[in-house]
Design a protein around this ligand. Structure first.
Ligand code: ZN
Length: 178
């Protein structure tokens, strides 16, 4: 496994619509593993392939219950609404409040090419929606209200790839209720 180089806001790959994966090959399985390692190295809860410069429909998510790999993820169901604080590994130090479905069902393929369905609520639902948005070139800052730059607060510097609070993708637990 390898930690991949993160792409940041301003990189056109983050605004491109990612292409579906035709077949889950060994190369795709390895890429998912590398994305997982990259996500952990950056203390993120999710990562989408465009964030490592690959314009293909692949995401990894881990909100503390183990890694989930999804190829060609599709949001099948969404219900309820929840507003919570969100950040993104590709936009270090910036946070805002985003309304998302409170509960979602996502279908796709796993790293072995087998169909899977993932049901999630709370942070998992948020992370899945945030990462799927990445595949369509949509960033959380497009939807967020109350955006703040952490560096504008005393004692906090935005550091690309650095420590908290810039280390999150998709959300920050405990940063506010529903
Ligand atoms: Zn993100």
């Amino acid at each position: 496994m390898a930690v991949l180089k993160l792409r940041y806001l301003g990189d056109p790959v983050l605004r491109a619509k990612a292409k579906p994966v035709a077949r889950v090959t060994k190369r795709i399985a390895k890429l998912l593993k590398d994305m997982e390692e990259t996500m952990y190295a950056a203390d993120g809860v999710g990562l989408a392939a465009p964030q490592v410069g690959v314009s293909q429909r692949l995401i990894v998510v881990d909100v503390g219950d183990g890694p989930i790999h999804l190829v060609n993820p599709v949001l099948e169901e969404g219900e309820g609404a929840e507003v919570d604080r969100e950040g993104c590994l590709s936009i270090p130090g910036v946070f805002g409040y985003v309304e998302r479905y409170a509960r979602v069902v996502v279908s796709g393929l796993d790293g072995n090419g087998k169909p899977i369905r993932v049901e999630g609520s709370g942070l998992l639902a948020r992370a899945l929606q945030h990462e799927i948005d990445h595949l369509d070139g949509v960033l959380f800052i497009d939807k967020a209200t109350g955006l703040v730059q952490a560096g504008e607060e005393p004692g906090e510097e935005p550091q690309p790839g650095g420590e908290a609070p810039s280390g999150w993708d998709a959300g920050q637990p405990g940063a506010g209720g529903p």
